[in-house]
Design a protein around this ligand. Sequence first.
Ligand code: ATP
Ligand code: MG
Length: 567
Amino acid sequence: WAPQLSDTDIPDDQPLSDFLFDDELRPRKCAECPTPFIDSLDGSGCSIEETKKRIDWLAAGIANHLGITDTTGDVWDRVVSIFAVNNVHTPVLAWAVHRLNGVVAPANVAFRASELAYQLKDSKARCIFTDASHLGIAIEAASSVGIPSSDIFLISIPADTNGPTANIQSFLNLEDLVEIGRQIPPLPRIGWEKGRARKQAAYLCYSSGTSGPPKGVMISHRNIIANIMQMNLYELPFRNGNHEEVILGILPQSHIYSIILTTHCSVFRGDTVVVVAKFELMSLVKAVRKFKMTMLYIVPPILIALIKQGALVKDPTEFDLPSVRRIYSGAAPLSEELTTQIRARYPHVLLGQGYGMTESATVMASHPREVYDGSSGCVLPGLEIRLVDADGNDVEGYNQSGEIWARGPNITLGYFKNKDATAATYSGGWLRSGDVGEFRPHPKTGDAHLFIVDRVKELIKVSGFQVAPAELEGHLLSHSLVDDCAVIPVADERSGEVPKAVVVLSKDAGCDHRTAEREILDWVSKHKSKHKHLKGGVDFVSEIPKSPSGKILRRFLRDREKARQAQ
Ligand code: ATP
Ligand code: MG
């Protein structure tokens, strides 16, 4: 089983939104498909036909407001920032921005004003769409970079989100712009010449900022079209026959994982995404049950919460997920141990994993027909992957690790206004991922599965051996005393570096920190080789810092540790 996709199969002469609604290319015609996005709180949403009209109207409304009359010119003069919690309007807004020949720059809702201001300035955003609960931050950030408050718009969202922080009435909202656009002539439509979709940016997505400040990645229309087609081929065998999937929309809409899987792939295939604004485990589980969701795209912290909190509830049936057929995890390591726990708790569910990064317009590997615990799946069709060692030589064969380099139609255009970083990361036509991986053959099918070891820069070097924090974190999480954890290096005179665990102790641990530390140290010593032992000890904390896309921000813990050692 090896689906093929050649470069010529991927269109390069149409904008993304034309591709999405092209009945000739879609697996199912638009008219046969259900509402693509519905709100988890009130079930509201628009049909595909209505969505298409709203894209045109909203594009005309925004263009009218900004004084744009044509659909030509420099796309980088038409960057639109979206800074809002998940909502059903964001996809339409993004496609409207493309319709007026602009670029969408989504911003992380966890941002403070200074972080948003940095991104607004870096991307030269013309205007901002936000929601009531983020308006205050948007106003502060906008004013510091010279965006007038008349160019801040509200996306109407049911009043669930912490209440307004500024005078809402004085801001135009998305519906006002749709109404304006409905009453004026649509923007001119011009055909795209061959190859244009390869070069023209659709999104400026910022990486998660795990290793340093977020970087703006220029993602072309065709990068996204390519990844939709690649993923579509991979997911076909798992489809619910001819029926649509009902998909959980909890991934942050500003992150590329959501942009591909719960914004574009879903609408192209004719599925419904139930959009959830905020993560709260119990209401999430209730929503999954209420909407009879069949497919969950999530990140490891949600799986950890399902297992750990699910074990504590009085009535465990409340955590049953009978409608779910498939769970897909990505964006951060999902350990073999956690996979086993999920499989035991939800035996009817197929649990798969994918691997990708913003720079690859997300997915590079995804689980095929047969899953393999701990693996991030097989390389997507149309993409080439090399594993390269520290001396720049290709690593051949199975069970040999090297840095993952990738080349293919979903590899993005580079970093915005950052030639040096682009040259270093996108080198000689290959994207250097900064992640260490290795291939192992599936025991039954023989398919080559990609296992992610960890980031090159996060590996802990203990007396010349490399220790992957992700491996130890997976092991620690399988202990009942550990609710969450991170592993970081600490300096050591003899070994150079040694691993240290930072642990959130289980709420019903019922023992003191010293006893818990001894248990945890033993748990590692018993099951892992010597260089992996937690010679740096164990720290107890109330929370592990994570990005909204579910990544452990180990750099914060490392910095804190260094500061402590310097004292
Ligand atoms: P920054 O580049 O700003 O430091 P980031 O790399 O976390 O942030 P993203 O582009 O959101 O930003 O994340 C991509 C990274 O996520 C990958 O390079 C990899 O390290 C990690 N990742 C993604 N999927 C997986 C997976 N299945 N297993 C392990 N790690 C994964
Ligand atoms: Mg990165």
